[in-house]
Design a protein around this ligand. Sequence first.
Ligand code: ZN
Length: 85
Amino acid sequence: MDIHTYAGLALLAALPLGLALIGYGTIVKNRWGINLRAVSCPDCGTEIGRVRAPKSGNQAMWGGHTCPSCGCEMDKWGRPIARPV
Ligand SMILES: [Zn+2]
């Protein structure tokens, strides 16, 4: 086999691996998972809309929300994130 065949095989192997990672992440609620449910603020209970405007690169990359009423940050699962001071 030449190098292109190996590259193709690696790609074929990576695809189900990525899907498994997302599926697993959705079950255990880590950053790889996909949350399709609306979350509400862990602090004040305000429901966060599905449409989000990422406030930071981390939010854009991994998901997450900032509460519009109290300004606290949470991950995409609605769990509070300790903001670095
Ligand atoms: Zn809030």
